[in-house]
Design a protein around this ligand. Structure first.
Ligand code: HEC
Length: 243
């Protein structure tokens, strides 16, 4: 039988080595992405650890958690020099976030720990924490992710992840498995990624879609992980049977 398509058995050892270091690096990159996801989203709901509520607050917002409270419970917490200041700020938000309290207790903390970055002169895109009016913007109830910020993160994800999935998929195509399984398997991670990004926008309006965000994200990771493992296995351990 004449094989028209290349399979792992047609690769030189150098090509296999290149494919292997590429796949292992992508796998490591994916693990780092998961750890990063944990650090940036955990604690938004006021409780340590990552839970579905953290995802809901991120995209949909919260009536009880303001953006400032979510930030100092989660990603911005390490910027506070003293842990006790967190309780102070949370109590100030809960009791109405008034200007007198801001001047007496809150401004000194923010001026010391936050305004090196949260200052319109330094970064126009970050909440302005240099004045009471600026801080008030993030102590109101939290509206979730803004459409411009979702669009920004979406285009970065679509361009970046498409490249990763394309190259991982090209290597996976060299596997010797049922062609129908293969044709479906190369499409799944792309569909999962699109569904994931679409559900960020849907979660903004309908909080229940937070589950779709998590499930489609997990599906993308699992299907890409399967392609990587299958490719590594066939590249090095699978014995080709020429007929
Ligand atoms: C080293 C720079 C830096 C410092 C210091 C800093 N922040 Fe931030 N902050 C950022 C960046 C960057 C973002 C945007 C993060 C993102 O979009 O994921 C941000 C985002 C935020 C947000 C918005 C979160 C949201 O809902 O989008 C709040 C609120 C916030 N920080 C509060 C604080 C507070 C309070 C402090 C001081 C205790 C602080 N930050 C210190 C850089 C900083």
């Amino acid at each position: 039988m004449v094989l028209k398509y290349r399979r792992f058995s047609d690769l030189s050892t150098s090509e296999k080595i290149l494919n292997t270091v590429f796949l292992l690096t992508i796998g490591l990159g994916y693990l780092m992405a998961l750890i990063n996801l944990y650090y940036t989203h955990q604690g938004r709901d006021g409780k340590p650890g990552l839970a579905i509520d953290d995802i809901v607050i991120m995209y949909h917002g919260s009536d009880t958690q303001s953006r400032l409270a979510s930030a100092i419970n989660g990603i911005m917490e390490p910027n506070l020099r003293y842990k006790t200041d967190k309780e102070l700020i949370l109590r100030w938000i809960q009791t109405g976030a008034d200007e007198a309290g801001y001047q007496q207790q809150i401004a000194p903390i923010l001026n010391r720990d936050c305004i090196t970055c949260h200052n319109p002169a330094v970064n126009r895109d970050l909440p302005d924490l240099t004045s009471y009016s600026g801080v008030s913007e993030v102590t109101k109830s939290n509206g979730g992710a803004s459409v411009p910020s979702l669009v920004r993160v979406s285009h970065i994800h679509l361009f970046g992840i498409a490249f990763i999935l394309y190259f991982v998929g090209r290597i996976f195509l060299l596997c010797e498995i049922n062609i129908y399984v293969k044709r479906i398997a190369v499409v799944i991670p792309f569909v999962a990624m699109l569904l994931d990004i679409l559900s960020w926008f849907l979660t903004k309006t309908l909080a229940g879609f937070a589950y779709v965000v998590v499930l489609s994200g997990a599906l993308m990771g699992l299907s890409m992980g399967m392609q990587i493992l299958m490719s590594l296995y066939q590249m090095w351990f699978f014995k080709h049977n020429p007929d």
